[in-house]
Design a protein around this ligand. Structure first.
Ligand code: GLP
Length: 240
């Protein structure tokens, strides 16, 4: 695992977008694991610019998003499905049939987990998985736990995550549950890029950098991944 410190979020977005450009130039039909939250938005904006400039295309790309809220309509303004369409998919040439999400409203969560795992496998596995990080060290919605998870599952969100994410929902109470890719599915990605910006992530980044691997700090598992890059700004690196 390599940690790179950048001056600010803008510099991270440039470096991250360049990684995508490299991958898509080499492999136009790459499989991308995508993340939501405020952190990846500047990177998505750079990717849209690159697409508009004719530097990259998503026409043969397949995507798998990390997670989705339960008990929220797919087309709700706060769903991750809507978020990804508004922040990336609607502005590039990706084919809707190549866009994959976990169904937060699946009748059978285990069957949904199997379906997602099989779809990722059938696509050839994730080439580049993008991750943000929760203030409590969560990745996707893998909250601190007694053991590392494997495939996707339905998770009860922690109070810490609710406190961090309620702001995106305004006055509407946010969902208490989500479907998330498990730690095992994330770790099977060929390459992982974690980005973190702002002082609120400094503690989680410090724990990640300590090298101790424990399910109480879900991101710490990345220390065991063979090809992971962590890009942080100065504020997120302030405790290193
Ligand atoms: C949510 C997502 C995570 C994301 C985290 C951080 O919990 N499930 O994938 O990393 O938010 O979000 P932000 O980038 O807004 O801080």
């Amino acid at each position: 695992m390599e940690i790179k410190v950048f001056e600010n979020a803008e510099e991270i977005a440039v470096a991250a977008a360049n990684l995508y450009k490299e991958l898509l130039t080499e492999k136009p039909d790459a499989v991308l694991g995508l993340a939501t939250g405020a952190t990846p938005v500047p990177t998505y904006q750079k990717l849209i610019k690159m697409y508009e400039n004719g530097e990259i295309s998503f026409k043969d790309v397949t995507t798998f998003n990390l997670d989705e809220y339960c008990d929220l309509d797919k087309n709700d303004k706060n769903s991750y499905y809507t978020f990804m369409h508004e922040n990336l998919f609607n502005s590039v040439d990706i084919k809707e049939e190549n866009v994959n999400f976990l169904d937060g409203n699946a009748a059978d969560y285990d069957a949904e987990s199997k379906r997602y795992a099989e779809a990722i496998k059938a696509a050839g596995g994730v080439d580049l998985q993008l991750l943000g990080i929760g203030t409590n060290g969560h990745i996707a919605f893998n909250e601190p736990a007694d053991e590392f998870t494997d495939e996707a599952f339905r998770v009860t969100l922690t109070q810490s995550t609710i406190n961090s994410n309620q702001k995106y929902f305004g006055d509407v109470p946010m969902p208490r549950y989500a479907m998330t890719m498990g730690i095992g599915s994330i770790m099977r990605s060929k390459k992982i890029l974690l980005i973190a910006t702002g002082a609120s992530k400094a503690d989680a980044i410090k724990k990640l950098a300590s090298g101790e691997v424990t399910p109480q700090i879900p991101c710490s598992i990345l220390n065991n991944h063979a090809d992971t890059i962590v890009m942080v700004d100065k504020a997120a690196a302030e405790l290193l």
